[in-house]
Design a protein around this ligand. Structure first.
Ligand code: 2RA
Length: 342
């Protein structure tokens, strides 16, 4: 299987390359592309991408809009971290822990959701399943690396708008007063959780943290529930690390693939209002790891024909995480559960 990464010099693109290696994805040839060529990274062009079966995009919406269609026309598979295709009704927005079943055999294009929305959804899906979700209010504390490589470099140099600051605007404001990020979080969370009418209000804020997004989440359930029931659901949930005591902070979760939930508590006496603190590395689970998990699902389902030969010659025990865990079933592999640490 030949794999290309477009936007390979960006924060997400670099992390995709790292996660592909870590998870031992059977890649025969890895092509790195960016808008400008440099040290082993080629300039992106439709012709250059013709040699690749599977292409990850981690660049601008414009790059995805231009280069994705020709890849799909020739039968290639695209996993796209831009927002260009996320809200198309005919295209699933997959978070493997939550909605792997949304993938159909004919699908070739897989957008990866907004990082803040993915982290939020991994924490909210167990709540939805345990007691239903009636409404959500979230305030975010988003890392500078979510704004891209240039913002990180500026921040590391002690410069730019995020040093000694808290900035309550991510993206442009719309006519309703919500920022682009807030609108994405609302719309994509509804799509991923399959709750199209969920009342969800976000305030998204950039804070002087290098990596990992934190989210203060207030939610109302459909049914009466308890801290015990919700704790049990979160403990069981794939991809969640539940902290029944203490706190968890952004710096501690840098470089990890799980979404951490702490400070679950009641917000009233009616058994339907609760709050929790949610933290996740947005470059990994919020972007690169989610993208690579989608590829793992496609490989396990035989949806990347060019990969079958390399998979056959690939040493089975090391090819997927399930072997490392040594306890996944075929069903786990098909549904993607094998990729999620216990
Ligand atoms: C951010 N959610 O943090 C976005 C990712 N680009 O700005």
């Amino acid at each position: 299987m030949n794999v290309a990464v477009v936007g390979a010099t960006g924060a997400v693109g670099e992390t995709i390359v790292q996660v592909l290696r870590e998870r031992k994805i059977p890649v025969e040839r890895l092509g790195l592309f960016a808008s400008r060529p440099r040290n082993g990274v080629q300039e992106t062009s439709a012709e250059a991408l013709e040699d690749y079966d599977t292409v990850f995009f981690a660049g601008s919406d414009e790059a995805s809009s231009e280069f994705v269609p020709p890849i799909l026309e020739r039968g290639g598979v695209v996993i796209d971290n831009s927002s260009a295709y996320r809200m198309r009704a005919d295209i699933p927005l997959v978070v493997p822990e939550i909605n792997a079943s949304a993938i159909l055999p004919e699908h070739r294009l897989f957008p990866v959701g907004n990082c803040t929305a993915i982290i939020l959804c991994v924490a909210l899906a167990p709540v939805r399943d345990a007691a239903g979700l009636k409404s959500v209010n979230v305030a975010t504390y988003q890392a500078v690396s979510g704004a891209g490589r240039a913002a990180i470099d500026e921040f590391d140099a002690g410069e730019g708008p995020f040093v000694r600051n808290v900035v309550p605007q991510i993206g442009e404001f719309g006519g309703d007063g919500y920022s682009g990020e807030e609108t994405k979080v609302r719309d994509e969370t509804r799509k991923i959780l399959d709750l199209p009418n969920l009342p969800l209000y976000a305030t998204t804020v950039r804070v002087p943290v290098r990596t990992a997004h934190s989210e203060a989440v207030f939610f109302e359930t459909e049914r009466d529930t308890t801290i015990e029931e919700l704790s049990a659901a979160l403990k069981r949930a794939r991809g969640v690390v539940f902290h029944s005591e203490g706190i968890v902070t952004a710096r501690e979760v840098e470089g990890t693939d799980e979404v951490h939930v702490a400070r679950l508590r009641s917000a009233g006496d009616d058994k339907r209002h609760f709050q929790m603190w949610v933290v996740g590395d947005q470059l990994r689970k919020g972007a690169a790891t989610n993208a690579v998990q989608i590829l793992e699902l496609l490989l396990a389902r035989g949806m990347i024909p060019a990969a079958l030969d390399s998979l056959r010659s690939f040493a089975r025990p090391s090819s997927f995480d399930y072997a490392r865990q040594g306890r996944a079933t075929q069903d786990d592999i098909r549904s993607g559960r094998h990729n999620i640490p216990p």
